[in-house]
Design a binder for this molecule. Structure first.
Ligand code: CIR
Length: 264
């Protein structure tokens, strides 16, 4: 099971420079103390599933570095180091690489120079890898990813992130081997044809970015109708405060890399 059973996760503590983190709309600065408490709660839930969580030190020179998901794509076959499309985040990928090189024998890189791709735009399901073109992930980035997974027998499908939405996974997440949680606006594009799709409740689009991690679904707190839909569908849900990360367009998936290491 490649898409939601994992033995490990990597997180990075938020830095005080998070006040300078990127955001589409300024809704006020995040409160670092509250963000740290939410982050600790998030890690505790990952650990509740029995996984090993590696917590990296904060990096002050990268304000958005708490959002580790954008730096790498971790697959059972190996790792692809990403090339973030936000200039202030480009260097985060090289900072992550040594940590993954300790755990994986096969590490490949998106090299560029014209390719950009962020992990937030990549949804791994049991049958394929969906990559959403976005303001951060360009056609060259998708094309290079396809070349880099060569030999791993994987299907990569290019899809589109809705305009004005930061990442493909801002609007969707995997719930199990065949079920996707999606906003209606993203599902309307037809990209999930053939999957079972559960929609976020009207007005709760910000609940779409959850993670299925082993037996649990981690979702942001404050979205009762979507939560109740997931509970009724039989998922075991944990709600985690996300008010501070949300000010920086971040959610559940952004805060971790989830994987099962594959050393030689
Ligand atoms: C950024 O704009 O890059 C950060 N403020 C948020 C990144 C969220 N990452 C993700 O959805 N994977």
């Amino acid at each position: 099971m490649r898409s939601y059973r994992f033995t490990h996760a990597i997180t990075r503590k938020p830095a005080s420079s998070i006040l300078h983190g990127l955001r589409a709309v300024d809704t006020g600065n995040p409160d670092l103390g509250l963000m740290e408490r939410h982050h600790s709660a998030y890690i505790a839930v990952l650990r509740e599933t029995g996984a090993t969580v590696i917590e990296l030190d904060p990096m002050e020179n990268y304000p958005d570095s708490v959002f580790v998901e954008d730096t790498a794509l971790c697959l059972p076959e190996g790792v692809i180091i990403m090339r973030p499309g936000a200039p202030s985040r480009l260097g985060e990928a090289a900072e992550m690489a040594p940590h993954l090189q300790k755990l994986y024998s096969e590490v490949r890189w998106i090299e560029g120079p014209d390719s950009f791709i962020e992990g937030g735009d990549i949804l791994v399901t049991e049958r394929e890898i969906l990559v959403g073109r976005s303001a951060r992930t360009n056609a060259n980035g998708v094309a290079e990813l396809i070349r880099k997974v060569d030999g791993w027998n994987l299907a990569v499908r290019e899809v589109h992130t809705p305009p004005g939405v930061l990442h493909f996974k801002t609007d969707c997440s995997l719930l199990d081997g065949e079920t996707i949680l999606s906003t209606k606006r993203l599902d309307a594009s037809g990209c999930f044809n053939g999957y079972r799709v559960i929609h976020t409740a009207e007005g709760e689009e910000a609940a779409a970015n959850t993670i299925r991690f082993n037996d649990l679904v981690l979702m942001p707190s404050g979205f009762a109708r979507t939560r109740d839909t997931l509970l009724a569908a039989g998922f075991e849900v944990r709600e985690i405060g996300n008010s501070e990360c949300a000010k920086l367009d971040g959610g559940m998936s952004c805060l971790s890399l989830r994987f099962t290491p594959k050393a030689a």
